[in-house]
Design a protein around this ligand. Structure first.
Ligand code: ADP
Length: 247
């Protein structure tokens, strides 16, 4: 579904993505992990063109998504993106947050968009908050609304950029549960996260990034049991608490 072909990206002279050549299959749940500053967020943001690339090619379902002249809004409408900071519209109710884009971009009637939004809010356990304003919700609830809002566009692909990093610890589980349910339903997902428990249980594959490269990739069983690179081993030992892996 997604291919990276020798993708390079610079911030000034800093080589942020260094010759990335990888692929993500349809229906795959990919977890991207690695130390802070390794390029994970930059990589995921190139998939919906929040970041430009210097060279190489990224295709989504065969389409070159960095081609000049590509309709960026049409591209983004096909990709659900969940940010670390939930980015809900603060002046709109939870329901309107989820019902707005399908009306504006997909031409749904208000009634149909609200019906779809309510169904999705129910799926993330928040139908009873439909009329609330975002500020009245906890961080975990806001992030679940953000996921419902992304799903309202019925995207074939969902990207998650550290979706639980801004949450208080007791709210991480509820967001991961929504992500687990989505994965079980067959959604193609690329998740930048430090939640290694989630990676171990839910991911089909894990990529480990370091210095702008995908240094190591594998099924979680292999990846966690037998990491090949010293830097991967170091990362995993740094991130695991004395009580076991987090998440
Ligand atoms: P990660 O998500 O793994 O923490 P990022 O992709 O956010 O890493 O960042 C990779 C590197 O690129 C870091 O060294 C970061 O400081 C740098 N970087 C990220 N965004 C910018 C930017 N807009 N301008 C300059 N440097 C940036």
């Amino acid at each position: 579904m997604i291919t990276f072909d020798n993708v390079n990206k610079y911030y000034g002279s800093y080589h942020a993505l260094n010759g990335i050549s990888e692929h993500v299959a349809k229906g795959e749940v990919l977890v991207v992990c690695g130390p802070s500053g390794s390029g994970k967020s930059t990589l995921i943001r190139t998939i919906n063109r929040l970041e430009a690339i210097a060279s190489g090619r990224i295709t989504l379902a065969g389409q070159d998504i960095h081609a000049p002249g590509l309709d960026v809004n049409a591209l983004r409408a096909q990709i659900g993106f969940v940010f670390q900071q939930f980015n809900l519209f603060p002046h709109l109710s939870v329901l309107d947050n989820c019902a707005l884009a399908p009306q504006r971009l997909r031409g749904l009637t208000r009634k149909d968009a609200e019906e779809r939004a309510l169904g999705l809010l129910d799926r993330v356990g928040l139908a009873h908050k439909a009329q609330a304003m975002p500020a009245a919700l906890s961080g975990g609830q806001q992030q679940r609304v953000a996921i419902a809002r992304a799903l309202a566009m019925q995207p074939p692909l969902m990207l998650f950029d550290e979706p639980t990093s801004a949450l208080d610890p007791e709210m991480v589980g509820e967001v991961l549960q929504v992500m687990r349910d989505l994965a079980r339903d067959g959604m193609t997902m690329v998740c930048v996260t430090h939640e290694m428990g989630f990676a171990r249980d839910v991911a089909d594959r894990v990529w480990f990034m370091d210095h702008g490269q995908v240094l190591e990739r594998g099924a979680p069983g292999e990846f966690f049991a037998r990491p090949q690179h010293a830097r991967t081993r170091q990362f995993l030992s740094d991130i695991c608490t004395p009580f076991g892996v987090s998440g």
